[in-house]
Write a protein that binds this ligand. Sequence first.
Ligand code: GLV
Ligand code: MN
Ligand code: MN
Length: 424
Amino acid sequence: MGHGSREIKINKRRLLHDLNAVSRIGLGDHGSVTRLVFSIKELRSRQLLIHLMTQAGLEIHIDRIGNIFGRLNGSNPRAPAVLAGSHLDTVVQGGKFDGPVGVIGALEAVRTLKENKVPLSSPVEVVCFIGEESSRFGFSTLGSSLVAGQVHKEDLANAVDAQGTKLEDILSSLGIYRDNLASLKRDPETLKAYLELHIEQGPILEAKNKKIGVVTSIAAPTRFKVVFTGQADHSGTTPMEMRKDALVAAANLITYIEEVCSEFSSMDKGRVVGTVGAMKIEPGVINAIPGKAELSVDIRSITAEAKERVANLVRERAREIAQRREITVDLLPIRDELPVALDERLLPLIKEICEEKNVPYEIMPSGAGHDAMQMAKITPAGMIFIPSKRGISHSPMEWTDPEDICLGAQLLLETIVRVANEEI
Ligand code: GLV
Ligand code: MN
Ligand code: MN
């Protein structure tokens, strides 16, 4: 990094203080944090960010969905911008770090650059994407997908929350309709790169005693709902052989998903993982046979072929189960995405910065989804991981050492400066 800015250090206390302030919003039992997309808590976290960006003197832009951009201009305001950020929404009863580390880390990096008047040729923008987590609508990376022009009409058809609220209706209330989904797309000409600092959410860095993960690619999910419809009936009077129990059909499928994903779980078979994380049963009472069971299926891999193969096997098995039990099944697609490779020039750059600073790093793929996978479709994208204690995430037990957070933000700062000032 030129201009002697090697000495420019982030303000660790301020970074950790602001991260703490974010994690108090939506704080619940056992230190869990819940800020579901478009909830009051999630809105409050974005308001706090706007406040912090204002204090830092960044130029704020908020798009119609609620993505927030805080800009610091460089010597050439017309040059394409370097974006750095992540998300502030969480899963239900999640942790404090998944998302906020990348947003507040980027904010800390950029306000440090501003205070120290570090010369930048490109503008730099801190970004908070809305709705990265799929916990509410089954739809992940909502904000970044819109910015990358990756939301299509058919994606919205089955995006409904547990209360029956349709994502499409919320979008309409914000002036975003089926026929103008592309209107939030950012012109790629205005972008130089996207950088995201994130917790690893897995056990590799801790196990290998590495401080930083340099991410090569991101596993993308195939997601769909399976709805078995049998016949609700009296649990006391209906003989076993006359039942059309939708929940037992669902149970058969869930067990199969575990089996087939285990079969494809080794590295050479594509490291496939599959989860049924949510289920709705009707009527859902102790004395009635379940007439309807709706389950969410989430299958992921870093290999597109393995993922497709497993997803097809699961769909086939769902039809077989329904046929055998003489009930019906509907398969409702949510989203089917391809794994994404991150930028081949940013990766060696981040690696080089780790080497210069003697930081032990690991080159690794990401099993979790991130906004970077959408941004990679319109601009060079790079990700920096920091260790997760015992690899735990999407849980109140999620933890990352404060020193590791600070190191991650410091490396992000160095990366931002290099990318803003150099040809990449
Ligand atoms: C995001 O955290 C995901 O579900 O991968
Ligand atoms: Mn997450
Ligand atoms: Mn995340």
